[in-house]
Design a binder for this molecule. Structure first.
Ligand code: IPM
Ligand code: MG
Length: 351
């Protein structure tokens, strides 16, 4: 198979973990006779430094022309000035929007031998296997933003807006995914307060009533945040709006033991997807060669599965990661001392 992949290393530890993902992909390509063409582009702070914008039109075009996109991380203290005209995150948001990847799939899997790393009691973590499906191209992130004077007071406005079809398509995806899993969907909203959530709940309920085989519940986001920690095995597929999904997935990473483990896939109407670890640019450890590459490597597995239909290759990566963890070759965030390089090498050798 021929694959055209655009890579965006980004900032902080982004380039280090991305290099690991690329090595894993190259290794598999060699093993299975696939041909990969990588195109590298700038995004985030490094792009601001060079082009005074967080992503260029040309890079967006390149990403659109490719079959899949792999991204490291964006941002860092250097570009954190609240008065800055342009922030690194804008590049990522624009890329997601322009690629039309409205569904951000974030699996949260707990590796039995890592439960000690989580502050949550081990007995609560047994068999935790959750997929959070976060709406990614609408809601509070993309509504109108305004800054103005109201009655002499500096006033800021962020609009939380959803259209019916944006909710329909993501909830339908959640049901499709749940069908292949434990057959349960939890739709998370704040319907006791927000109009957008009331519409969300109504649409989700209608879709659920057409799929009686799948257990369905809706839950307020405050309750969900508590339940994620107190009864995580209650969940199978969680579907929620952009901002709630952002917050809940950071929280859910605590179940796994470290943010560094979690991958994500962002999908739209086509097979072209955007793949990124859920962690940030971790500027405090950037350049030290100690970042955990597992979130990125697991994202490449999701890429092979969702964008290229290469289930066998995807599965090989996932089992190699599991073996690497079981054999105790662990990076620092997982309580070990293995470098990014060592972990990557180990996973490749296990593939
Ligand atoms: C994430 C990140 C991003 C988000 C930031 C970097 C804009 O937190 O992917 O979860 O909020 O979507
Ligand atoms: Mg986040």
């Amino acid at each position: 198979m021929k694959m055209r992949i655009t890579i965006f290393p980004g900032d902080g530890i982004g380039p280090e973990v991305l290099a690991s993902g690329v090595r894993v992909l190259n290794h598999l390509a060699q093993k299975f006779n696939h041909e990969i063409e990588f195109q590298e582009r700038l995004i985030g702070g490094c792009c601001i430094d060079k082009f005074a914008t967080a992503i260029t039109d040309e890079a967006i075009e390149t990403a659109k022309q490719s079959d899949a996109v792999l991204l490291g991380a964006v941002g860092g203290p250097k570009w954190d000035n609240p008065n800055a005209q342009v922030r690194p995150e804008r590049g990522l948001l624009r890329l997601r929007k322009e690629l039309g990847v409205f569904a951000n799939i974030r699996p949260v899997k707990v590796y039995p031998c890592l439960t000690r790393l989580s502050p949550v009691k081990s007995e609560l973590l047994k068999n935790v296997d959750i997929i959070v499906i976060r709406e990614l191209t609408s809601g509070l992130y993309f509504g109108e933003k305004k800054r103005m004077l109201v009655d002499g007071h500096d006033t800021a406005i962020d609009v939380l807006q959803y259209q019916d079809f944006e909710i329909e398509r993501i909830v339908e995806l959640a049901f499709r995914i749940a069908k292949e899993r434990k057959q349960k969907v939890t739709s998370v909203d704040k319907a006791n307060v927000l109009e957008s959530s009331r519409m969300w709940r109504k649409i989700a309920g209608e879709i659920a009533s057409r799929q009686p085989d799948i257990a369905y519940e809706n839950m307020l986001v405050d309750t969900a945040s508590m339940r994620l920690i107190s009864r995580p095995t209650d969940f199978d597929v969680i579907v929620t709006e952009n901002m709630f999904g952002d917050i809940l997935t950071d929280e859910a990473s605590i179940l796994a033991g470290s943010m560094g483990l979690l991958p994500s896939a962002s999908l739209g109407e086509t097979s072209r997807g955007l793949y990124e670890p859920i962690h940030g640019s971790a500027p405090d450890i950037a350049g030290k060669g100690i970042a955990n590459p597992i979130g990125t490597i697991m994202s490449t597995a999701m890429m092979l599965r969702y964008s290229f239909g290469l289930e066998q290759e995807a599965h090989l990566i996932e089992s190699a990661v599991e073996m690497c963890i079981n054999q105790n070759v662990l990076p620092i965030d997982l309580g070990g001392s293995a470098s990014t390089e060592t972990v990557t090498e180990k996973i490749i050798s296990l593939i």
